[in-house]
Design a protein around this ligand. Structure first.
Ligand code: FMN
Length: 193
């Protein structure tokens, strides 16, 4: 595994996990154990959601012929690195309640589930990386999900860190935790001015 220097410096004294989590593309082929996979999804299970609706659905695969199907849904940019990760999944958000009523925060809630999974991965010295670069039509068709019922949000991979040198040169150059805008650029006290 490659060690990468993390040069993130938060502007306030926050828990280290917030800057330690980052989206590597260098994954080891080492499979995750069932226990590790179970913990990732258990963390997602406890995410908050509007009315405790829990409107997320995850489909994932690790290996075998169905994993090839999952891989084929990724856009070319992600095809360069993500198929090598041990687990590939897709997050879907439910469109409506079972009684047909609306779920207006369904996609927001599904993002919370993803974030819980990602932080759990960090706590386990694993990595998770979300991907919007997917063929959405293929996701519905190949994974057997009706767009009437669910909206596909993104794919993600999870696993152990691998060797950066296994990546193509352009991807190797991006293998470092990136920075953020200052809080003031996104957060305002009071009304918008
Ligand atoms: C919803 C979502 C979609 C993303 N899509 C892609 C993607 O298709 N390919 C990719 O390489 N990274 C993707 N990323 C990773 C982002 O580029 C990354 O999270 C962002 O640059 C912040 O870096 P960090 O996660 O390392 O902190 C995605 C992240 C999110 C949350």
């Amino acid at each position: 595994m490659t060690e990468t220097v993390n040069n993130r410096h938060p502007d306030a004294d926050i828990a280290p996990i917030f800057t330690e989590r980052w989206s590597t593309r260098a994954f080891s082929s080492e499979q995750l154990t069932d226990e590790e996979i179970g913990k990732l999804f258990e963390a997602a299970r406890w995410a908050p959601s509007s009315g405790n609706s829990q409107p997320w659905m995850v489909l994932y695969e690790t290996d075998g012929p169905e994993r090839e199907v999952f891989n084929s849904i990724l856009r070319p940019g992600n095809q360069k690195w993500a198929p090598g990760a041990p687990l590939l999944g897709f997050f879907f958000a439910k469109n409506n309640r079972d009684d047909g009523g609306p779920l207006p925060t369904s996609q927001f809630d599904t993002g919370s589930a993803w974030m819980s999974l990602a932080f759990q991965a960090t706590m386990m010295d694993l990595y998770a990386h979300a991907m919007a670069g997917i063929d959405k039509d293929a996701a519905y068709e190949k994974l057997g999900v009706s767009p009437d019922d669910y909206t596909v949000i993104c794919a993600f991979v999870a696993g152990h860190r691998g060797d950066v040198s296994d990546l193509e040169d352009d991807l190797q150059a991006r293998e470092t935790p990136n920075d953020r805008d200052p809080v003031s650029q996104h957060v305002t006290r009071g009304v918008s001015r």
